[in-house]
Design a protein around this ligand. Sequence first.
Ligand SMILES: C[S@@+](CC[C@H](N)C(=O)[O-])C[C@H]1O[C@@H](n2cnc3c(N)ncnc32)[C@H](O)[C@@H]1O
Length: 280
Amino acid sequence: MTAGRILTEASARLAAAGVDEPGLNAQWLLADAVGVERLRLLAEPDTPVPPAAREKFEKGLLLKEQGLPLAYILGWQDFRGLKIKVDKRVLVPRPETEELAGLAADFLRGRKGALSALDYGSGSGAIGLWLASEFPALGVAGVEKSARAVRCARENALTLGLAARVRFVRGESLSAVRGRFDVIVSNPPYIPTRVIPGLAPEVLSEPRVALDGGGDGLDVVRMLLRLSPSRLKKGGALLLELGEDQAGKVLASLPQDAWKDKRTFRDLRGVERFVFARKK
Ligand SMILES: C[S@@+](CC[C@H](N)C(=O)[O-])C[C@H]1O[C@@H](n2cnc3c(N)ncnc32)[C@H](O)[C@@H]1O
C-alpha cells in the first residue's frame, strides 16, 4: 500500500477514536515508522510502505487510538529545535513552555558576566537544556521532585552533549541548590487537584506529580515566590508559566519591596500565561 492511502485510512481511524488532529498524528507516526521526513511523505504520497514499517506504524496507531500522547509513542518531542527524549517518566513539553524558555533567553541576552540559570521542576530538562544550547557559557541547574524525571533529564543532557554545563538534582524546594542565579525559570505543576480527574485521558497518562499543584494549584508557586529572592542575583529574574486565570493573582502577590519590573506576558493564544519579576 502507498503512504497516501495508509494516511487517509489512518486519519479516519484516529478521527473515529476522537483523537485531535488525526491527520497530523497519522503523518508523524508513518514518517517515524518509514524513517523519512514527514513533509516528504506528503510530497510523495505514492511512496510504497514496506511490511516492517507498516507493522511498526500499526502498533503506534493502536497506541494513539488508546489515547497515548504522540511524543510518548515517538519517544521524543521537538523543543525549539532540540530533540528531547520523553517517556512516561516526564511531562511532554508544551508549546507555551517553548515561549517561556524564549522569554528567559530574551532576559539573559541583556545580562552581563558569567550567567547562570535555574530550571525549577525540570522534568525532561527541556527548558534548561535549550537555554544551555543557546548560550554557550551558561551554567544551568535543574531541580526536580521525581527521581525518574531526573534520570530522563540527565539522559537528555548526555545525548545532547550538554552534561558538562547542565546538572539536574532531585529536590522538592529551592533549598536543594546553592548559589544565586541570573534567572529562575519554572513551569511548575499548577493544576488544582479537584480539576485533575476531568482532564483529557491523554493528559492523565502523564505523571500526576507534573500536573497537580495542590488545592488552588499554587503550592509550588508559593514556595518559589517565598524562596527565590534568596536564590537570585540582584536584578535577576523569576519567570513562571501558570494556568489560565492564575498569572494576575500571582503577580499581585509579589511584594513591592522585594521585586521590580513586575509584569505578565500573554502566550500565542492570548492567554495571560507568564509572570516576570526582577529582584530589587
Ligand atoms: C509541569 S511539569 C514541567 C516539566 C518541564 N519543566 C516542562 O516544562 O516540560 C512540572 C515538573 O515539576 C516537578 N515537580 C512537582 N512538584 C515539585 C516540587 N515540589 N519540586 C520540584 N519539582 C517538582 C514535576 O515532577 C514535573 O516534572
